[in-house]
Write a protein that binds this ligand. Sequence first.
Ligand SMILES: [Fe+2]
Ligand SMILES: [Fe+2]
Length: 135
Amino acid sequence: MDRKADTLTLGVNAIDREHHALLSLLAKFVAFLKAEVDAEIALAVLREAMAAGNAHMEHEEELMAEAGYPKVEEHKRCHRTARLTYTTLMSDILAFRAHDPALLEQSAQIEKLLLQHIGGPDRDFAEYLKARGVN
Ligand SMILES: [Fe+2]
Ligand SMILES: [Fe+2]
């Protein structure tokens, strides 16, 4: 298993599945940018990634409330920051000019932040769930 996959797999199935789907969409978006596909097509994938990301964060927050997770407020703050970052990228894309290297850098940055979130606060939450028998 490579380092990225290892960081990604937290051992709680529902969460792992959503993380994998989210990162696949992000990777697809980056591939579309690199291939210089039509802006509308790239934008559609980004919209899909944002919808999946929002649904995922809501799902995690529901699981936290159900499980009485003590660090829920701190985690929700991380999610709010992530939403702001996505929104910033989205407004840049709306001004899309084909093959903008800044956009690729920004996308790589988002992927990095997402992996850090999964490997950090999400891993903490997954450990909390697993200690209570959820997997
Ligand atoms: Fe999270
Ligand atoms: Fe997550």
